[in-house]
Design a protein around this ligand. Structure first.
Ligand code: ADP
Ligand code: MG
Length: 565
């Protein structure tokens, strides 16, 4: 139970503020997260890690000499936005490029990839290795689809040490990819976790049972089984990870026992007492093992075991010194504090000239956005519960945060006499920046794509409005790489767009066509209950999702229905 907070919506920000207040000799705040406050030489590759909040010491706790240069901090369990990632990367860059690493979750991949593209477009080289260590989330043959869990620590540590040792960007990327390939983890949960301010946990593990195979976002386990003794649990974890020993592996391994937040160090030591002899009996030599809270899932009770098959180079990097708030090793020559940088805020752009018609269209959009934000707030808990069935429970919060931020941006734009194209683009950017998660990135950039079809000189006619919807759909298809039938918001958006296009082409008025299309979207969203997720956070728990509609499709139908009134 999370009991200490002020405003739940500000929880993640309050966490970072307290953290930076405690460790000013190592970290400082920038828009989107934290960077080192110590002097870092020019020409060093910047290692930027990140993800949602709720995982401390991951991710902000690992910024400092020997490890990361910056950490992006999203909302609780939600991917940070592209703008946040870009901002932290720019602040961390020392002229030798940026290396990104984070756990492989769809929302993080979308946002980090966009930020990476933006850096490259500015001539700043950037590379990425997403961590894929969780053996229960996909087969070994589909390594790229696995989630990132406690293996994050090993990958970030190795990449950070390589950058500190003077490797160039390709070199850091090479060792990070190699250590990721040689790292596997397996987790069990004894109890669910509760989002700050929520009244119920995201999921519950029945008494006497344990969930087997979780990510780190309060997703339920892949399966459940009876709780066993520490000795039996150790055997189960070790056996599963030894089964994936690479063909060329030597005897040297890094091993981690990670507590997920609600399991005591004492219990972790008991488990380690059973794990270590099993590894040694298998002929392995343990190199600088770690036991403790490394990457947590709020107050979830549970733990995981991670093994990394080291070679000489990886061992040197794994054992190299580092000093960060959350992870220390050896002794680092103290770095001098750097001169404080001026707080860099998100860029604000000047408003372009607009015609009265285009401004009136923006004002109409504003009143629709008000109703959409209200409707999403009303359904926030319901959407969260739907997302908690096979996902991480943040969908309601993400959609509300996105729509509220978009509304505020629209209000500012309309107040500054912006036209429809400028206003909608600002709304999309605000949505993408504040919503977090996969849906936040898709909604935000989808709205921006729609804005690209409009202009500030005219009020869009019916055909143009239809083309704007189509542009949003095309963008979501190409950016998210999902298809109709994968059980995503596309299962509502594709039929919505097609129905709207058909009706307008047949001469129906736009409002009537929209209302009809919204009805189609609602039916199709409900029908996703029969589908099995093939992409996104719900995929590893596909079976559980069957019988329940997709949260993203349900919220999309709600939005278009509300906007029709
Ligand atoms: P996250 O999955 O990162 O926690 P949300 O919970 O806010 O993000 O959104 C989940 C929804 O996003 C899903 O229900 C699905 O509709 C949608 N979604 C996920 N991946 C994709 C994708 N690749 N393309 C389109 N929609 C997607
Ligand atoms: Mg979610």
């Amino acid at each position: 139970m999370t009991t200490v907070f002020n405003d739940p919506a500000e929880f993640a920000q309050d966490v970072v503020s307290g953290f930076v207040r405690l460790h000013p000799h190592l970290v400082e705040s920038v828009y989107g997260g934290v960077v080192r406050s110590t002097e870092t030489p020019e020409g060093k590759v910047a290692v930027v890690i990140g993800g949602g909040s709720g995982h401390y010491p991951a991710f902000a706790g690992w910024v400092g000499p020997g490890m990361a240069d910056g950490a992006v901090v999203g909302n609780v369990f939600a991917s940070p936005s592209t703008q946040q990632i870009y901002s932290v990367a720019k602040a961390a860059d020392r002229g030798a490029g940026v290396f990104f690493s984070y756990g492989n979750y769809a929302g993080d991949v979308l946002n980090f990839d966009l930020a990476q593209e933006r850096l490259r477009a500015e001539g700043i080289p950037a590379q990425t290795v997403a961590v894929t260590d969780d053996v229960t989330s996909a087969d070994a043959t589909e390594r790229g689809r696995r989630r990132g869990t406690a293996g994050d620590l090993v990958v970030f540590k190795v990449a950070g040490a390589a950058a500190e040792a003077g490797y160039d960007l390709d070199g850091v990327t090479r060792v990070a990819a190699r250590v990721n390939e040689r790292t596997t983890s397996f987790a069990v949960a004894f109890g669910g976790c509760t989002l700050p301010g929520a009244t119920e946990p995201l999921f519950e593990v029945p008494a006497g049972q344990m969930g087997v195979g979780m990510g780190v976002h309060g997703e339920p386990g892949i399966s459940e089984q009876d709780v066993v003794s520490s000795r039996e649990l150790a055997a189960m974890l070790v056996e599963r990870l030894l089964a994936e020993r690479p063909a060329d592996a030597g005897p040297r391994v890094a091993a981690l026992v990670n507590g997920l937040g609600g399991t005591k160090y004492e219990e972790l030591f008991v488990l380690w007492n059973d794990v270590a002899p099993l590894l040694e009996d298998a002929g392995l030599e343990l190199v600088a093992p770690e036991v403790g809270e490394l990457i947590t899932s709020l107050d979830m009770a549970g733990l995981s075991l991670t093994l990394t098959w080291l070679d000489e180079e990886l061992e040197e990097l794994w054992t190299a010194p580092t000093e960060t708030p959350g992870f220390r090793r050896g002794s680092v020559v103290a770095s001098r504090p750097r001169a404080r940088r001026a707080a860099a805020d998100a860029a604000t752009s000047a408003v372009a000239e607009a015609s009265p018609e285009s401004r009136r269209a923006a004002a109409t959009l504003l009143s629709a956005a008000q109703q959409v934000a209200d409707a999403l707030r009303e359904h926030e808990d319901e959407l969260g519960r739907l997302d908690a069935i096979a996902g991480d429970g943040d969908h309601g919060r993400g959609m509300t945060a996105g729509a509220t931020a978009a509304l505020a941006a629209l209000r500012t734009a309309v107040g500054a006499d912006a036209g429809i194209a400028t206003a909608l683009a600002a709304a999309g950017d605000a949505w993408a920046d504040r919503a977090g998660g996969t849906s936040g990135a898709l909604w935000g950039t989808g709205l921006r794509a729609a804005a690209g079809v409009l202009d500030d000189a005219t009020a869009p006619d019916d055909a143009t409005r239809v083309r704007a919807v189509r542009a949003a759909l095309d963008h979501v298809l190409s950016f998210g790489k999902a298809q109709r039938g994968d059980k995503t918001l596309l299962d509502a958006l594709v039929p919505f767009t097609e129905s709207l296009e058909e009706a307008v082409t047949a001469g129906t008025t736009f409002d009537a066509a929209w209302a009809g299309a919204a009805k189609v979207a609602t039916e199709e969203a409900d029908a996703t209950a029969d589908l099995t997720p093939r992409i996104g956070r719900a995929r590893p728990l596909a079976e559980r999702s069957v019988g329940h509609p997709d949260p993203g499709a349900v919220s999309l139908a709600l939005v278009v229905r509300t906007a029709a009134v």
